[in-house]
Design a protein around this ligand. Sequence first.
Ligand code: ZN
Length: 299
Amino acid sequence: MSPTELSPLSVLDSSLTFPDFHQDWTLTNSVSFTGIGVHTGQAVRLSLHPSEKPGFWLRDGNQHQLISADMVRDTRFSTTVGSVMTIEHALAALNGLGLSAALIEPEGPEAPILDGSSAPWVEAILAGGITALNSPRQIYTLKSPWHWQQGEISISAEPADQLEIDYSIDFEREHYRLEQQRQFNWSPQGFAEEIAAARSFAFERDAAALQAAGLAKGGSLATSLVLIETGGSLNPARWPDEPVRHKILDCLGDMVLLGGWLNARLSIRRGGHTAHVTMVKTLQDQALLAPVSGMRLAK
Ligand SMILES: [Zn+2]
């Protein structure tokens, strides 16, 4: 089967129409999933509801908190926002489709991992429909180029009139090197077709070590692509470069923490949640974000 046939989203291509990105967009109907949390192994549920207020809000008891970088508690294996672990794939679905307003309601300590990608969320959101709000969308670009490096991990960001992500990963094992690079110029269609179905990945031995340490309790071949240290994978990849596509997905999820859309040219080497969140916090702390009034989509 070709990668296109494996993508569960190809049938929805023609239904994706977002006429005006200068407005805020939210869901028309609520969507919910129940499933296993990949880290806790518990049965959990997460719902995404329409919101008339712009921004992504997290329901915490009776309070609604606007999701921000200050709410990040952990980035080691996934992104924990408030008390909810592994929320990034649901956030990536919202952000990747170009939505900018939703109320997120967790039931349990973690979001369900589902198939390890954003595809189930994307399919459910599109099936339920999307609605424009009357408010103008918050869009930023950068006042000046920014570069960050920590060992072999680096991020370069330059001002741009759309979001472009050039991502590369490089995992070295004794007899194998997983080196992948992908450029993604954002559009909702491109996200749905090229990125949303890319699953989380782990090397077989790393996954076994995590589980022996009582972590990744819900991890399995059903929730991730499991790579073999000498090359290949235990379960079939959806694309040859599925891992780097998933990194772009994670990045789009973590960029929700900015509190607005970012038009920038990002070049990320060996990144992960910690690097993404560091980028968001630093761009905010150093006041490098400038509001803009327009954006264009990748052709
Ligand atoms: Zn992920």
